[in-house]
Design a protein. Sequence first.
Length: 233
Amino acid sequence: MKKHTVVSHAEWLEARTKLLVKEKEFTRLRDRLSQERRDLPWERVDKPYSFEGVAGTRSLSQLFEQRSQLVVYHAMFAPEAAAACPQCSSWMDNFQGPLAHLNHHDVTLVAVSRAPFAKIAAYGKRMGWKHPWYSSGGSSFNYDFCVSFTPEDVKAGRAVYNYKQQDPDDMDREGVSVFFKDEQGAIFHTYSAYARGIDMLNLTYHYLDISPRGRDEAETGPNWVRRHDEYEG
């Protein structure tokens, strides 16, 4: 960590209040952006999808659990993998506390991966998680929402991730998709975000962003992240 400037309390307070002006500006901008996000047009989802969970096969409609809003975290866990990726695991660590609050506010939060449900259940138990987690391995859900890619598309450069054609660096990537179900049972896709677009869902990052060393990632990205039972000490 580089040597930092040390000043008197009066000088620190002056610098802090100067930054506060920018923080307030950012807060107001974030509020406007959040409203624009909610104002986006919706697209109807008519394609049938099936998911495997603890209670067996479920439709997309059933994932809502009697609520009108559904947030799906697309967790990177390929069928051949032994565990979900460390970064996605750190994201799902952040889901446990807010679950009751989200459910009370008419939001169901679930994770979806391509891995078989037996693997998902075993890994979820290892991590001690309580959020619902489903396998979409029997449907095109992950591919339709641009978080999984065929080897052919990746090789040919046709893979689309984060709203552009690119090499996604893996056969599965992280993301979040949001859905709404009306009183007649119609389902609508309202929002999706990927890569850095989902940073705001990671509480750990928000704490790190106000700490002196920040995320400490430099040019290498979040390679320091481990599954919570893999940190030494």
